[in-house]
Design a protein around this ligand. Sequence first.
Ligand code: FE2
Length: 430
Amino acid sequence: MLAPFLMFFSIILPFGLIFYARLIAPHRLSKKARIISAVCIVLLLAAISLAMPLSLYTARDPQLYMRYHVEAWLPWLYFLMTFICLLLMLVIFRDFGWTLSRIFCWARQKRAAKTAEPEANHSDAPQSSDTSEKASASEAAASDEAAADEALSRREFFKRVSTVATVGGAAILTPAAVMYATKGRRVRHFDITHARFPQALDGLRIAHLSDIHVGNTIGREDIEEIVAQTNALNPDLIVITGDMVDGLPDYIGSWLEPMKNFKAKHGTYFVTGNHDHLWDARGWCKFIADLGIRVLDNEHEIITIGSTPLAIAGAIDANGDRKNRKWKSDPEKALANIPPELFRLMLVHQPRSVDRCFAAGADLVLLGHTHGGQCWPLNHVINAMHKYARGLYEVDGHLAFVSCGTGYWGPPLRLGIPAEIDVLTLHPKA
Ligand SMILES: [Fe+2]
């Protein structure tokens, strides 16, 4: 345990240095107050450094998990992690605003000095005597000193207010972000039209789930809730586009058991995501198949609804072969040999697979992975990073829909980008 703890501690130590440099060092504090603040930061980082290795270890060893009652206190460490993430974000925002205001003040002073210069040069005030000159000089120095003192104490006051607001803001936002991530899941409805979609299947409803990340803080109760919420939508198909788990099937497998209660008229389908391949991908695929969910590993299935056939294809995740060469993503293979007249629904996990699917003839690609960024302003970062980041895209007659995720990853943190179950109702284009 010591080696991973030290590794995580050294990774997050720079955050501690940032907190000390930006929240403690700028203030006129006593030596004792500084030492207490530094110790608090180190303890906070140490607690968080414990969370990651512990969750990794305990997810591999159920006995260890039970022995140390990890379920009782690990969520609190994740809660702290949410606080640290939010605090870091708010410090960055505050300093950005602070820097902008200083640039603005500097520019204003520069402009004022330029206007004052010509006036001073052309002043025709009478020359004063030596004594009165000295008196006015000392008066000016005294008033300058008083003004400087006032400015300093005003600056110190603003600094303290901004520090209290930053830490207080993170403390207030933390429970909100945790609640939003854990209880804020919503159902979103989309009507999707496509020229090749068969008239006979007009109104087909697909419940799209993605990135559930069952593991550290998402457990059996959440799965029961997701299954009930999905079944209540009365979907024709349920699809799950990867990143189902963060843990091993021997241990957290039982948490997924409620998934055998998924009810869709024409079946439930799953493709792997990058996180599924970090664990026992083979074990998971077998486990998920045993729950009655069809796992699509670079393959397709043709289902017949009424008398109309529809092709559902799915590819292994694009990172699948990083751990095992046999798990290579092959969307072309998945879409091969589908009769050309059939509508091709394709499931993948990552946005970088989408163009390959389009080139291989997919009509509608469903995917996840991005989580929509999980909170503002990371949604903008995600938009910049991925060509297909969130929602519906159309490229030369091919469609792609990206889910923001049904769970979350890392600490429970979502703000402005809730977890979602998407209901996609398909129509032929008029
Ligand atoms: Fe992912």
